[in-house]
Design a protein around this ligand. Structure first.
Ligand SMILES: *Cc1c(COP(=O)(O)O)cnc(C)c1O
Length: 407
């Protein structure tokens, strides 16, 4: 199976250039040239089609900065999908706010807009929509809803670099969009992230939040002096991306569309093959004009639902010798979600009760966890024969459904 991450041509020389430059951080003395971080930001804003991009140390850092830059803070409610990576919940807790878990749509596995509307209260400050596995959420409904209720919409595009909705890249539909460049993601520098926005003032707040309260200067400073300005406008933390990572991302970005196209071609073939067997590939919202794949997610046919996703995943993994897993468990039930394990979240008995999750299980997220399998995108970077191998493994497991159910 293809390996991931995969270095783009020119990655080695780009890293070496930073090494030799002596300027390894955006806080290093100014040398008369733009930082690699600025060069990456310029390329990524052009790619996404937004005005501003601020790079961050991770997708987690990007989400926390975006939440705070949108004004989210102590005690506010933030709507998050029940089905996502743990960061969707931990970042909301991290800014002293309360994650309100909302059920997902059974087709896209992304936020269900009717459920979002029902969950909005006086205390709701933001909606974080995740384009789960790179399927695009219903941005028409969600952006309308956010505008109507006067709450911020933050698009978490950690898994969706390159996806488009109504012809535009995801990330530019809300107040801010966030990306992760973690090693599993479609664009990666090992660790990394970015916030994108069309709002200059919001971008300035993100700059401060990620660089200890400093931001870039209005005009270049004298050579050999620090470039970042200590404005004291907004206190921050150090969540900066290193120059090595920015240089690497700039080169990797050049391959993103080409590699996404290979995955798309293979995924479309897999849709046809698995669909023919009775499996249900994850769908994307109507209005998606460019589908990309972070994880290929597929629902089990009726004959396999009794066996359940964990058992079927193990069987397919054994056939393929490539890991196939059930989708994320609902966040509130995940073993990774445990605010009580951190002293900093014991703010008050009331806060503890508010962050304990929904009173009852959210049925669509629960059912998806029992019935949906997920395959990492690297498996889609091969050729047509690989896709037929994947389908053959799913077909063989389906033939043995009775034995798996008896296990
Ligand atoms: C990966 C991911 C994040 C967090 O990104 P990191 O770079 O790992 O901090 C946030 N949200 C989603 C949906 C992710 O998949």
């Amino acid at each position: 199976w293809p390996r991931w991450p995969r270095p783009a041509a020119g990655a080695g020389p780009a890293l070496n250039e930073v090494l030799e430059s002596g300027r390894w951080s955006i806080a290093s003395p100014y040398d008369g040239r733009p930082t690699y971080e600025q060069r990456f930001a310029a390329r990524f804003t052009r790619y996404v089609g937004v005005r501003r991009c601020v790079a961050t140390a991770s997708g987690t850092a990007a989400l926390m900065a975006a939440l705070e830059a949108c004004g989210v803070g102590a005690g506010d409610e933030v709507i998050v999908p029940a089905l996502s990576w743990i960061a969707s919940a931990s970042t909301v807790l991290g800014v002293n706010a309360v994650p309100v878990f909302v059920d997902v749509d059974p087709g896209t596995l992304c936020l269900d807009s009717a459920a979002v509307e029902a969950a909005i209260t006086e205390r709701t400050k933001a909606i974080v929509v995740v384009h789960l596995y790179a399927a695009v959420a219903d941005l028409d409904a969600l952006s309308g809803l956010a505008a109507r209720h006067g709450v911020a919409l933050i698009e978490d595009c950690a898994q969706a670099h390159g996806a488009r909705f109504r012809g535009r890249h995801v990330g530019g539909f809300g107040s801010a969009g966030t990306f992760s460049m973690h090693h599993t993601k479609l664009l990666t520098s090992g660790e990394g992230g970015a916030v994108v926005t069309d709002d200059d003032a919001l971008a300035r707040r993100v700059e401060h939040l990620r660089a200890d309260g400093r931001c870039s200067p209005p005009a270049p400073p004298p050579i050999g002096t620090a470039e970042l300005v200590e404005t004291g406008e907004l206190m921050g933390s150090n969540r900066c991306l290193s120059e090595f990572q920015s240089a690497l991302l700039t080169v990797q970005l050049g391959e993103l569309d080409r590699w996404n196209a290979v995955r798309r071609r293979n995924a479309f073939l897999l849709d046809k093959l698995l669909g023919g067997l009775g499996y249900t590939p994850q769908s994307t919202a109507p209005g998606t004009t460019e589908r990309v794949y972070f994880t290929y997610a597929v629902g089990l046919p009726a004959q396999l639902t009794a066996a359940g996703a964990p058992v079927v995943a193990e069987a397919v993994t054994a056939e393929l010798r490539y890991p196939v897993r059930p989708v994320y468990p609902p966040l509130y039930a995940s073993r990774l979600y445990d605010p009580a394990s951190r002293r900093r979240f014991s703010i008050s008995a009331e806060h503890t009760a508010r962050v304990s999750g929904p009173g009852q299980p959210l049925p669509v997220a629960e059912a998806a966890a029992r019935r949906t399998l997920a395959l990492h995108h690297a498996a889609l970077l091969g050729d047509e024969e690989d896709v037929h191998d994947i389908a053959a493994a799913f077909e063989k497991v389906l033939r043995h459904a009775a034995e798996l159910t008896a296990q």
